[in-house]
Design a protein around this ligand. Structure first.
Ligand code: PLP
Length: 285
């Protein structure tokens, strides 16, 4: 079955899904995106993803080219046309296409919009969660507004590649004070020896993950203690457990950081329980 992408008002076969060379997403990474899990053919946490999309667009003064209701229809139609039961739907909105000039394009320039969807094998995610993943740490050299889900992801691209080249699945950014900010495409968590579940406050230094919010609800439902504070890579290496969260991975246990085993080197019970609990606290629509 051939894949279909939504591009600026049309559903196109993937190989014909093109944007213009002057699209500002291409020229300047002048755009924002969202990635939403699809489960059983339904969208997971659409409402919160749309709220974050609206915040990102407002922060960059980009208009959404349609109503949120119409966008919901496009997301579902893209999922349906690609026959995705379990997978991801990706959406990107850019400041549109105009003669290359750093300043904003003329008023009335239509924003650009692309939506794609693809299937993921749930069994693969489960296998990976059963093994746990390795993480490396890298200096956080990103801009100061990573709370905006902008498409400018070059440091994240380089960090992820560095992780892969070192046999790891994720890279954790570490700020100038030695504190972990987040992963290249996930939020970072630890469980301390005192059984506290810890993650960094969602200020401008991290993307406020939708999965992070879901896990906070799961933490409360399981009666676990939550502490919102930053932690160093060294503290994480000595933690009882570590894990990452993202729409594409739900909860993924971390079993090694910079080569050092976490806990007994196997996925910990808290991460496993939070992964199991996750979808009870996510909204399906
Ligand atoms: N942090 C970064 C840098 C990300 O790219 C992502 C997701 O891709 C996340 C955190 C997790 O966000 P969410 O749970 O909304 O997928």
């Amino acid at each position: 079955m051939s894949r279909i992408a939504y591009v600026n008002g049309r559903y196109r076969p993937h190989r014909e899904a093109m944007i213009h060379v002057e699209d500002r997403g291409f020229q300047f990474a002048d755009g924002v995106y969202e990635v939403c899990e699809v489960r059983g053919g339904r969208l997971v946490d659409e409402r919160r993803h749309m709220a974050r999309l609206t915040r990102s667009l407002d922060a960059l003064r980009i208009d959404l080219p349609m109503s949120l209701a119409a966008l919901g229809i496009v997301l579902r139609e893209t999922v349906r046309r690609n026959r995705v039961r379990d997978g991801l739907v990706y959406l990107q909105v850019t400041r549109g296409s105009a003669r290359r000039d750093h300043g904003f394009p003329p008023a009335g320039t239509a924003p650009g919009m692309v939506v794609t969807a693809r299937s993921l094998d749930p069994a693969r995610g489960e296998r990976s969660a059963a093994d746990g993943i390795a993480v490396i740490t890298v200096p956080d050299n990103r801009w100061a507004r990573v709370d905006i889900k902008a498409t400018s992801l070059l440091p994240n691209v380089l960090a992820k590649q560095a992780a892969r080249e070192q046999g790891a699945r994720e890279a954790w950014f570490v700020d100038a004070s030695g504190l972990v900010t987040e992963g290249s495409s996930s939020n970072a968590w630890i469980v301390t020896a005192g059984d506290e579940v810890v993650t960094r406050p969602a200020d401008h230094s991290i993307l406020k993950g939708i999965s992070r919010a879901v896990v906070l609800d799961a933490v409360a439902a399981l009666g676990l203690t939550f502490v919102e504070r930053a932690f160093t890579a060294k503290e994480a290496q000595g933690a009882r457990e570590a894990f990452v969260t993202a729409a594409s991975q739900i909860v993924q246990p971390v079993v090694r950081i910079d080569g050092k085993p976490i806990g007994d080197g196997h996925p910990g019970p808290v991460a496993i329980a939070l992964r199991r609990e996750f979808h009870r606290h996510a909204e399906l629509s």
